[in-house]
Ligand binder design. Structure first.
Ligand SMILES: [Zn+2]
Length: 235
């Protein structure tokens, strides 16, 4: 993890020195070790075998660098305040959070391949806390060619966000993708048949994280009542 508490409050591993310690995990209150070097991005680590829901063993360099990149970009936008990494909110700890137009926004970078039930549960928690959430996987052009086989959680996020997934591409830029039906062209079956596994990805015009707005949705089928950070109704 990139943030921990010291005697003054929460600090970033990239902005402190060992003399600013000791450092504690905000969740379990146990001491964490500041890891600074030349190869990996500076971060905090629990002692081995520490029992903590935020013992982020195996957090990738990619995940850390994206968090820092988005934070850097958000800090430059006027009107955006209270930019924090890994803000501790008890049941949840969003990768990045900030306030825009009086709305607290949480970004969950979807790298760890959470299950749909975990996504659902955290989405419910954010709604209860009146926080707008953006579930954000990473964009790469390669899989989005002619046909694409979305993972279960991607289909879930697509449904949750009214038929769109907001993939992160760079800086504050998101690539919204809509999954359209993929038609099977097998000559074995008469008439039109649509694939259950594949979709035709449709790349929509990019948007910025800070262009989005909060939108509530009611509980429906497998989707909980949610406060989503996404485009407004008319777009
Ligand atoms: Zn901890």
């Amino acid at each position: 993890m990139l943030s921990a508490d010291n005697r003054y409050g929460d600090v970033l591993a990239t902005e402190v020195s060992p003399a600013d310690g000791p450092f504690r995990c905000p969740a379990c209150q146990k001491p964490v070790i500041l890891k600074q070097g030349h190869i990996k991005i500076s971060h905090f680590a629990h002692v081995p075998d520490a029992v903590c829901p935020y013992n982020s063993v195996g957090e990738s360099e990619e995940h850390r660098s994206i968090k820092l990149e988005i934070r850097r970009q958000l800090l430059r936008i006027s009107g955006v305040t209270d930019v924090r990494l890994e803000r501790y909110l008890r049941e949840v700890r969003p990768d990045i959070s900030f306030v825009l137009n009086g709305i607290l926004v949480a970004i969950e970078i979807q790298l760890s391949r959470l299950s749909r039930s975990k996504i659902k549960w955290r989405t419910e928690v954010y709604a209860r806390k009146n926080i707008a959430v953006l579930w954000m996987p990473l964009f790469s052009m390669e899989p989005f060619q002619k046909r694409y086989a979305p993972k279960d959680w991607e289909r879930y996020v697509h449904g949750l966000y009214f038929g769109k997934v907001y993939y992160w591409s760079e800086g504050l830029k998101l690539q919204p993708v809509k999954f359209e039906d993929y038609m099977l062209t097998s000559g074995m079956y008469p008439g039109k048949r649509y694939s259950k596994d594949f979709v035709t990805p449709s790349l929509l015009p990019p948007v910025l994280i800070t262009d989005l707005t909060a939108r509530w949705r009611k509980q429906w089928r497998d989707f909980p009542r949610a406060k989503l950070w996404c485009e407004p109704w008319n777009s």
